[in-house]
Design a protein around this ligand. Structure first.
Ligand SMILES: [Zn+2]
Length: 429
């Protein structure tokens, strides 16, 4: 996109003038987010806007509480601090993830600074839709209240769901692991949340891909694929800086790439999906649980405990476990080659259990990718492990709402200023 300039184009039409002003407000906010605090003069020089225009735009952003005055170092060598502008720490957004066994909440301010990061246990398998939504609403309200206590006004909240989502209508079309079908999530949730809040819903892996693009190991990479391994396998594809959604918003379902027509039955009912080769269920099936003293069976372990046990046995040099994990790695490379041929990503970010086993999965995955992708090593695509942990999807949810503020700063309506008693803190349980 070209650099926006006040006064350029057909700005006699008041509608055009307002649109141009909005573009320029967005341009200033983006510049501050990428480059940190600036004086008005430096902002004018960096954006190509006139000083008078920058002053007027900054006044509007101050009135909307999206920026604040700060001290900045002066460029003329004077040791006294000059007056500058920074993104406001008073405005933020929240993401909440609902998954099979947990709810995660993440909040950040406009600059993307983490304000809250929490996870609570949850059991989708023993909850009907109504109860799940009640729990989700409670966690969302608690997150919003916590933001308020820290002096931050949340403008929006996005819910991350493991399933097919109609983002425009705010409806979860199908989330098999939650037992949800056609749930009008945003409408159901909005009733229990402040009316001024933007509420959205999106697929969890799509949101995690957005989080990786903004804050993860591949931050700033415009072409990336995110894959998350749990019992199922989800994915999000970012091409040219944009999340790929497809005609109905169901794109990115990489877990169901058909890779082996004669393979096992997938949770989706089809045969030989990629998920049946690399999902945690596939690994667990191939690695018999450790049998204590060899005579008595060991305790029945949950999926996360099995991952911990598998890591311990890898460290101890167990050959059965090593071969099973290497095979998962090769299948990761097989699917990675398909994704490489289609999207030519610079990185494939591994989340979920893949990240925990990354040291063991990446070497065979990378070798298979180089062998099977048509561009071979020339494509320079690398598997990397995510560092975002359990809040990746919720973090992406907050990020989407902050993007919305930056895309149209004039759409923000903030409630009365919350009391200010702030500090930054990340916490998890
Ligand atoms: Zn499938």
């Amino acid at each position: 996109m070209g650099r926006p300039r006040a006064g350029a184009g057909s700005a006699h039409d008041p509608t055009d003038r307002l649109a141009l002003r909005r573009v320029n407000l967005t341009h200033l906010l983006r510049h501050l987010r990428t480059n940190g605090p600036h004086s008005r003069v430096a902002l004018a020089a960096a954006t190509g806007l006139s000083k008078a225009t920058v002053s007027s735009l900054v006044d509007e952003l101050l009135a909307r509480r999206l920026v604040r005055d700060v001290d900045v170092r002066r460029s003329d060598g004077d040791r006294r601090p000059g007056r500058g502008i920074a993104l406001s720490p008073d405005v933020g957004a929240v993401g909440v993830e609902i998954n099979v066994d947990y709810l995660a909440v993440y909040g950040s301010d406009l600059a993307g600074r983490t304000v809250i990061e929490q996870r609570v246990g949850f059991d989708a398998t023993h909850s009907d839709v109504g109860r799940s939504l009640d729990d989700l609403t409670r966690v969302a309200r608690r997150g919003l209240a916590e933001m308020g206590r820290r002096g931050i006004a949340p403008v929006g909240l996005t819910v991350a769901v493991p399933g097919l989502v109609d983002v425009a209508r705010g409806v979860v079309v199908l989330a098999p692991n939650l037992g949800w079908r056609d749930v009008p999530l945003t409408a159901r949730l909005a009733g229990g949340l402040p009316g001024s809040l933007w509420v959205g819903v999106d697929n969890d892996a799509n949101l995690a891909a957005v989080a990786e693009q903004h804050a993860g190991v591949a931050a700033g990479t415009d072409d990336l694929v995110y894959i998350t391994g749990a019992v199922g396998v989800g994915g999000g594809v970012i091409v040219g800086g944009r999340l790929l959604r497809g005609a109905d918003g169901f794109g990115g379902e990489v877990g169901h790439l058909p890779v082996d027509p004669g393979g096992d039955r997938c949770g989706c009912g089809r045969l030989g999906c990629w998920e049946t080769k690399v999902g945690l269920a596939a690994l667990i099936r191939r690695v018999p649980p450790g049998a204590g003293d060899g005579r008595r069976p060991g305790p029945v372990l949950g999926p996360q405990e099995r991952v911990t046990e598998i890591l311990q046995r890898l460290a101890a040099g167990d050959p059965i476990v090593a071969e099973a994990v290497a095979d998962i790695g090769r299948w990761l490379g097989h699917g990675g080659a398909i994704l490489g041929n289609l999207f030519n990503p610079r990185v494939i970010v591994l989340g979920g259990y893949f990240a925990e086993l990354a040291d063991h999965l990446i070497p065979p995955a990378q070798a298979t990718l180089a062998r099977l992708a048509v561009a071979g090593p020339a494509a320079r695509c690398h598997f990397v492990a995510s560092h975002l942990g359990f809040t990746a999807a919720a973090r992406g949810g907050a990020s989407v709402m902050i993007e919305r503020v930056i895309d149209d700063p004039t759409a923000v309506t903030l409630e009365a200023r919350p009391p200010r008693s702030r500090g930054t803190q990340a916490e998890a349980d």
